[in-house]
Design a protein around this ligand. Sequence first.
Ligand code: GTQ
Length: 349
Amino acid sequence: MASVFKTDSAAGRQELYRRMDRENLAPLWEVLHALVPPQPRTPCRPACWKYEAIRPFIVESGRAITAKEAVRRVLILENPGMRGQSCVTRSLYCGLQLILPGEIAPSHRHTQSALRFIVEGAGAYTAVNGERTSMRPGDFIITPAWTWHDHGNPEDGEPVVWMDGLDIPMLQFFDAGFAENYPEDAQPVTAIEGTSRARYGANLAPLDAVAPFGKTSPIFSYPYARSREALAALAKNGDPDPCHGWKMQFINPLTGGPAMPTIGAFLQLLPKGFATAPCRSTDATVYSVAEGTGRAQVGGEAYAFGPRDTFVVPSWQPLRLEAREECVLFSYSDRAAQLALGLWREQRG
Ligand code: GTQ
């Protein structure tokens, strides 16, 4: 049908777009600048959750629903720029999970990978493929993709809160999510606690080592006591990195690469009084404060942080950290995925 407008006038173009719209067509030239931006452009915003402000809601949710009924009793940390999407960055999910004494969060498995960083309380356990590992503050624990996992807390235990980091939005993007429930609440225990660590986490590996969890580390628990000791020893030698202080990555001992295929996880020590040089990278990052107080400047925002607080640094926003006391920060991001795809960039200073 011929247009009444000249096609190259503004009105003529709008009319052309309306006609092609019925065929599910759209002109690239109207969106090209947004699709291929000169640098990362994201709805993800800097954010900080002070633990003292959110802890009452965690406690209250413990009275509102049981772990069994909820399946996972978790408060989702939603990025303020993406409310309603259950994500903390575009590619990652973050939640705080509570398990009370005597509770079991029933066994299931899914293709999403999960990490746990223990925030408060000790003595609960998580079970992965027949082996339990008990939780202490600062421990980093992995649930590899498609492994059965349940969480539990003994009757005489104390409430335990941990941070859940999952690649849920990444799997949504790929439409690659599968999940199923185990027929019982708790899977049977088939290995004594510490077996995986003895087999893969003592600088030894079986001669015929086959990766039991595919691309994910065969060690599913990295105790804080050991990582903390390593950081303390490192901090006695040489100078800290100007951008990162003493920062280490949790690795898969069979490859030397990141412990998880999609998520990179890190622990860093900042000496008392240290201020980092500004640095930015393409992996939006979630931080959980293990020890110490300080200040994080994220783009145009600044947050005073203390133990158990969580803050988010969006992609390509400069981060500057100041340690008022000696600080230990845990962090996770999609760096493992970006590195695997050749996308990751960092700009120091
Ligand atoms: O512990 O399996 O926070 O499946 C979200 C989804 C935790 C878990 C979450 C999950 C889990």
